[in-house]
Write a protein that binds this ligand. Structure first.
Ligand code: BTN
Length: 267
């Protein structure tokens, strides 16, 4: 707690820690539905059923990762939460490790071509009907992925893993303090979140939303590249030209058609 520089996230009684939990997102959602205040942060050392995007599992090695979920009640559309969360992770990695990470659309965090963090935002309504969003962030902080692959049977089952993932320790050559990382991350989320909350009361699309969208767009390593988009069994391919105001990916297909993509996996 003494590292915290926030005024809303994780302050006061707002940290819930359990050494192990099924999923911090599920626990945070349960607390939020029961009326938990915004700013509550759920942290754990290990998840038994960590959730990834699109129904996938998020596997961790106990004690080496940041696994956090924050209860928020945004007055702005959830796609802006995707943007502030990914920017917050990129800036925290720069602050703590001095490494320039990038964003793979919409919110995977990469160092080079390897994934170091993932974000899962789940939304619902509480008993009063108000929108609640659970912002779940998983960061591979310490350890070396090559060690995990030999030690973890679940990871061994994924042949591409060695090539696609990394940790902050692996990328920086130093062990990173999870406490300092979380404290900085919460600060990076909070500054943008509070600015957007304030703006949302006055404008629909004000200057802060535009600035955040521009910053997020500038960090997207996906743009300008030829990509394949997997949407379930459907496969689309083309050049990732740009993103629109809602953060959707604009894909120029090989036949010259422009398609806006709202979800999927990019390769
Ligand atoms: C992804 O890249 O697919 C998103 C991964 C999100 C993982 C985090 S870890 C903390 C929080 N709790 C979960 O069950 N998932 C998120």
């Amino acid at each position: 707690r003494h590292h915290l520089e926030t005024e809303l996230l994780g302050t006061g009684k707002h940290i819930v820690y359990a050494p192990t939990v099924d999923s911090t997102n599920s626990l945070a959602m349960k607390l939020a539905r029961e009326g938990s205040e915004e700013g509550v942060v759920v942290l754990t050392d290990s998840q038994t059923a960590g959730k990834g995007r699109q129904g996938r599992r998020w596997v961790d090695i106990a004690g080496l990762n940041v696994l956090s979920s924050t209860v928020l009640r945004p007055l702005f559309p959830p796609y802006q939460l995707v943007m502030i969360a990914s920017l917050a992770v990129v800036d925290t990695i720069a602050d703590i490790c001095n490494i320039q990470a990038t964003i793979k659309w919409p919110n995977d965090i990469l160092i080079g071509e390897r994934k170091v963090a993932g974000i899962l935002i789940e939304t619902s309504h509480d008993h009063t009907g108000q929108l609640v969003a659970i912002l779940g962030i998983g960061v591979n902080v310490n350890g070396h992925i090559s060690h995990f692959v030999t030690e973890q049977p679940t990871l061994q089952a994924e042949p591409g893993l060695l090539k696609i993932a990394t940790t902050l320790e692996e990328a920086s050559g130093h062990v990173v303090s999870r406490e300092m990382f979380i404290a900085r991350l919460l600060y990076q989320i909070e500054t943008r979140y509070l600015a957007l909350q304030q703006e949302a009361q006055a404008y629909v699309n004000g200057p802060i939303s535009r600035l955040i969208r521009e910053q997020w767009r500038n960090q997207l390593s996906t743009l300008g590249r030829t990509v394949q988009v997997h949407q379930g069994s459907k496969l689309l391919s083309g050049v990732a030209e740009d993103v629109n105001d809602q953060g959707e990916l604009l894909l120029r297909s090989h036949s010259g058609e422009c398609i806006s993509i709202t979800w999927g996996d990019i390769e």
